[in-house]
Design a protein around this ligand. Structure first.
Ligand code: ADP
Ligand code: ADP
Length: 228
């Protein structure tokens, strides 16, 4: 479902590339936690996967289709198929808009049929945010609530794949447990970037370890996270 072969991404002419020949294959239905220390290339790999920046070499396919960063059609298709929750997602909600409008935005952009208001209520309920508060602006919510509202926006159009960068890093134990149960119960394939090995293990899927722009380990969490 995700196939990355020989991907190189270089920001500077000299010095180490951010991605240095990344190979990664993730079959449909397997959740993946992408781990690695700061600077390993995790965010760069996500941006390349999402078509937000080009690879200098190599190939990327997501859900069977090549990712073509220059192609509006390819990007539109990716937006429909993939939900994205960026790091610090809560602050990406437009402060001027009622949160319900932000959550509905992907439905409008993708011109999907159906009643947007009903779907917004449904998805806010799913992330444990009072749907009756959809007419309030982000400032009326706590940081954790804003993060969940951003998650609702990423899920509103029922993507096949959800990509999230450090989604749970700011959450307390209760919220994390709750979100983890929610995420794993969605039936949506997950690709989560995290520093947190306990979280990677709790997902109970695969773990890929990125170091200096390469995948150095990849396999079931129980194997990869076993103490050396
Ligand atoms: P991670 O997400 O694992 O912390 P990043 O993908 O952010 O790693 O960064 C990988 C390397 O690429 C780092 O050395 C970082 O400084 C560099 N890098 C990332 N984005 C850019 C950019 N836009 N311009 C220049 N260098 C970048
Ligand atoms: P993260 O590791 O979570 O991606 P970063 O600080 O690396 O956080 O990235 C935040 C933004 O800064 C990204 O858009 C990235 O492209 C950019 N960036 C990261 N490292 C560099 C760098 N060395 N030079 C220029 N831009 C960078």
């Amino acid at each position: 479902m995700i196939e990355v072969h020989g991907v190189v991404r270089r920001y500077r002419r000299h010095g180490a590339p951010a991605l240095d020949g990344v190979d990664l294959e993730l079959p449909a239905g397997r959740d993946l936690a992408l781990v690695g220390s700061s600077g390993a290339g995790k965010s760069t790999l996500l941006r390349v996967l999402l078509g937000l920046e080009p690879a200098d070499a190599g190939t990327v396919r997501v859900l069977g289709r090549p990712v073509a960063p220059g192609s509006a059609r390819s990007l539109r298709w990716l937006r429909a198929a993939v939900g994205v929750v960026a790091q610090d997602a809560g602050s990406s909600l437009d402060p001027r808009w009622p949160v319900g409008r932000s959550v509905a935005e992907p439905l409008r952009l993708l011109d999907l049929p159906g009643d947007p208001a009903a779907r917004v209520r449904e998805v806010l309920t799913a992330v444990d945010v009072d749907p009756g508060a959809a007419d309030r602006r982000p400032a009326a919510f706590s940081g954790g609530q804003r993060q969940r509202i951003a998650l609702a926006r990423a899920l509103v159009h029922r993507p096949t794949l959800l990509v999230a960068d450090e989604l749970l890093s700011g959450a307390d134990a209760v919220l994390r447990g709750h979100l983890l149960a929610l995420l794993t119960g969605l039936g949506t394939q997950l690709l989560l970037v995290t520093h947190d090995l306990a979280l990677a293990g709790a997902l109970a899927g695969d773990v890929a370890v990125l170091a200096a722009g390469r995948v150095v380990e990849h396999g079931p969490a129980v194997d990869v996270l076993r103490a050396p």
